[in-house]
Structures are given as structure tokens and as C-alpha cells.
Design a protein around this ligand. Sequence first.
Ligand code: NAD
Length: 298
Amino acid sequence: MSSAAIIDGKAFAANLRQRVASAVEPFVTLTDRKPGLAVVLVGEDPASQVYVGSKKRATVEAGMNSFEHRLPTSVSQNELIALVETLNADAAVDGILVQLPLPPHIDDKAVIAAIDPAKDVDGFHVVNAGRLAVGEDAFVPCTPLGCLMLLKDHLGDLSGKNAVVIGRSNIVGKPMAQLLLAENCTVTIAHSRTQDLPEVVRRADIVVAAVGRAEMVTGDWLKAGAVVIDVGINRLEPEAGQGKGRLVGDVAFDDALARAGAITPVPGGVGPMTIACLLRNTLVAAYRRAGMSAPEGI
Ligand code: NAD
């Protein structure tokens, strides 16, 4: 039985982070300052604290400044927006990331709308979403950008391929579909109301699963040789004697191995690409704000 190639997102991300770090050096020489990323965390959500910690470490490792702002859950929407406006005006800040989710009394759309689109390194602002949709230069959300990099690295030209994106969130599914369309794929967006999802997926040369349902996509859903990008991060119930359950994706990995041409593992696939792309977007923002283009190949 044939076995899929494993797409090593961890290695690709390490290489991208290295390339970003190499491009930070000439920026510092030219501008006499480091690129800076401001990360805003509201509240005590444990997963968000872990993400923010990793982002800070990676930013500093790449030679950039990390500015962290931790606010209590009780902060008002106006206070949070006032902080965003201060960061918009701060010349040392090239990228602004407000960690989601925000507490229920804050409208995340209003907060994202307050970010200067030129510093919107998460690519969530409607100006960047619109630019992506009409094919203009945009900051693209980090997770789908990372998925596209892995696909192009593995397949080269994506033109004419049938791509199915499962999930239609603004953070992953929709921008992923836009990116694949821009690469001249024939794109289908599937979601919770899609009928006969296995049949839809079976047509795909490229499958991007971004649902949040453990091991939903099984091997028999896949066309032989399909390239599978698994965005899902799901924690299974712990087995007896284990403290924490295993992390799995939206694709039944072992099952898919026998049919897919290539697949990203969870963990070690898409996850590491997200932070690497955040550093990449911050570097690009810094170069643009200084009136320059980022070096080729970033
Ligand atoms: P979301 O909950 O916003 O969106 C999920 C999407 O899945 C929705 O559009 C919904 O229509 C679709 N869906 C739900 N049930 C379905 C079903 N039965 N069949 C088909 N479609 C269905 O989630 P999201 O923010 O897009 O994240 C998706 C997954 O990706 C989550 O597991 C999340 O943890 C993970 N994620 C990973 C990274 C990373 O860095 N690797 C980043 C972002 C999200």
C-alpha cells in the first residue's frame, strides 16, 4: 500500500523564521531601529496566554522588538480601542495583534476595525480582506498564508487543481479559498451545511480541512494522491493514566496516509507556520512603513 509524503511544516517554518531573521539585519542597518510587533492580550484565557508567550519568544528570536500589553478581562471596549490607537500612532510599532477571543462584552469587529490596516499583520481588517478579494497587495491571515506556502512548496504550480476548503471562517476558510483562487485553482468552499461532504472532498486534488472536529475526514473521502492540509487542532479525551489527551487534526491521519499523496501532521504541520508567517508579515509591514520592499523570497 502506498503511503503519503509527510509535509514537514515544522522544518519549513524554522527555515522561514531564519529567512525573516536574516532580513531583519539589513532593516536595522538601514533604519537604525528594529521591527516591532505589539501583542495585546485581554484576560486570562490559558490557551491565549500560551500563544502570546510563543509569539513573543519567536519575535525576539527573529531579532525584532516585542511589545506586550496585558489587560484585565474587565477592560472596556473604549479603553481597548484607545490602546490600539496609541499603538497605531507609535512609530516603533510595525505590527499590531489583538489576541482573540475577546471577552463577550467587547465587539471584536470594532477592535479590529480600529487597527491601522498598514499594521494589521493578522490580516483581519476588512481593508486587507477586501484587498485580498480583489487581488491587491494585502496582509493575509497567517494560518492560510502558511498553508499556501506549504502547498506551493510541495506542488509547485497549483493552476487548474481542484481545491476543496472545508470551513468558511474569516480567519482560515475564506482567506484560504481566496488564496487558492488567486493561484488559479478551481475552489469549492464546504461548510456545516454542505450536502454529501465526502463526495465533494473526493473530487479534490487539494484538501484544506479547517473545521475543528477531531478526525472527521477519513481516508475513504480522499481522491488517491490528494494533497491534504490539516489545519484543525483538537484535543482528544485523555486515556486512562494520561494527564492530557492527544492532539489530533480534522483528518484521520493514519487512515489518510494510505490514500493521500501528501499530508501535514498534527502537531508539526500547519501550527508552526502560523507564527512564522506572523513574523514574515511584521517584517513586510516594517519595510513598507519605511518606504521599502521586503527582500525577495520572504
Ligand atoms: P471556526 O469554528 O470559526 O470555523 C469552523 C468552520 O467549520 C465553519 O465555517 C463551519 O461551517 C465548518 N464546519 C463545522 N462543522 C462542519 C461539518 N460537520 N462539516 C463541514 N464543515 C463544518 O474555526 P476556525 O477558526 O476556522 O478553525 C478551524 C480549526 O482550525 C480549529 O480546530 C482551530 O483550532 C484550528 N486552527 C488552527 C490554527 C493553526 O495555527 N494551526 C489556526 C487557526 C485555527
